[in-house]
Design a binder for this molecule. Structure first.
Ligand code: DGY
Length: 314
């Protein structure tokens, strides 16, 4: 009998098609309450994405569930404690998206400090005829503070080296072999940074880690870049800092209630926003699809995962 797979969030069509070739895949959103109740005991695998929320209640309602396979490196939406309590394994797709996320972080840093989006609007509005665009801020040689020095933080640091930037970081661990200054306290790191790059994963512990105190320390010449999760930044405090001019700007790929982006962050020369697209290139999304498929196939054939989440890596 074919394995029954519950597709709980949107995934690339090709990945879904590959899974459908092998398994019976059911779209969660398309199931009526009765259909879900009939099938709930038969699902062994749930497939979802990095932005979706997988609650304890949902996990508990699937008594045969063995695996939650996440399309994405971040899995903060999954109640990992509930998965552990119900002996459900969780896989994600780390590594293959590191370059893309680091590239977009650099793009946001350049676009925000050089106001590239606003400069384009300036030309489109015909304003160049009245004079040049106002001066902006230099990136090369500036100080960057990286919050979270994992794979993505380190890939950003490598790129910043190419811009001759002064690099410091905050991480709960000292990372061996890194020649950058470690400043454990994030507000102290912010005070020493022209750009504060948020690369630490979303989690309950990291909720609103970047708060008013950190933003005040970043100061009126500092720019915040967030390619991690919206939840890591206290968004009302960020809006306040932008509105009051107590930071110089922000480049944001993630928000606390996606796809809603607060109006206060839009139409500003010093704020550049993108729709949570850091890993969304063709080649990376294909690589993520392959890795997720390998995890599901590995689990189905011998209960082995290629990339289990670290907390549940037995
Ligand atoms: C990730 O991989 O976590 C990206 O943010 C997409 O969810």
């Amino acid at each position: 009998m074919k394995l029954k797979v519950l597709k709980q969030a949107s995934l690339p069509d090709q990945l879904t098609a590959e899974l459908e070739k092998r398994y019976d895949v059911y779209e969660y959103a398309a199931l009526s309450e009765e259909a879900f109740a009939d099938l709930a005991g038969q699902f062994t695998v749930m497939i979802t994405n990095g932005e979706a929320v997988v609650t304890r209640q949902l996990i508990a309602s699937l008594p045969s569930l063995e695996l939650i396979a996440v399309f994405g490196v971040g899995y903060d939406g999954v109640d990992v404690a509930a998965a552990a309590d119900h002996h459900v394994a969780v896989s994600h797709t780390p590594g293959v998206l590191t370059d893309d996320v680091a590239d977009l972080a650099m793009g946001l840093m350049l676009a925000t400090s050089r106001q590239i989006v606003s400069a384009q609007k300036f030309i489109e509005a015909g304003s160049w005829h009245q004079g040049g665009y106002p001066w902006t801020h230099k990136v090369s040689g500036a100080r960057v503070g990286i919050v979270g020095m994992g794979r993505i933080g380190q890939a950003i640091a490598q790129r910043c080296e190419g811009f001759a930037m002064h690099i410091a970081y905050s991480d709960s661990k000292v990372i061996p072999g890194l020649n950058y200054t470690r400043i454990e306290d994030i507000a102290s790191l912010a005070a020493e940074s022209d750009f504060l790059m948020i690369c630490t994963p979303g989690s309950a512990k990291n909720q609103a880690l970047i708060d008013g105190r950190v933003l005040a320390a970043l100061g009126e010449k500092g720019i915040l870049i967030n390619i991690s999760r919206g939840s890591v930044v206290d968004e009302p405090a960020l809006i306040n800092a932008i509105e009051q001019g107590t930071i110089a700007g922000a480049g944001l790929d993630v928000f606390s209630r996606e796809p809603d982006v607060p109006q206060a962050l839009l139409q500003r020369a010093n704020v550049v926003v993108t729709p949570h697209m850091a890993s969304a290139t063709w080649s990376t999304r294909e690589a993520m699809s392959r890795l997720m498929l390998e995890n599901v196939l590995g689990w189905a054939s011998n209960k082995r995962l290629v990339t289990p989440i670290p907390e549940l890596d037995a």
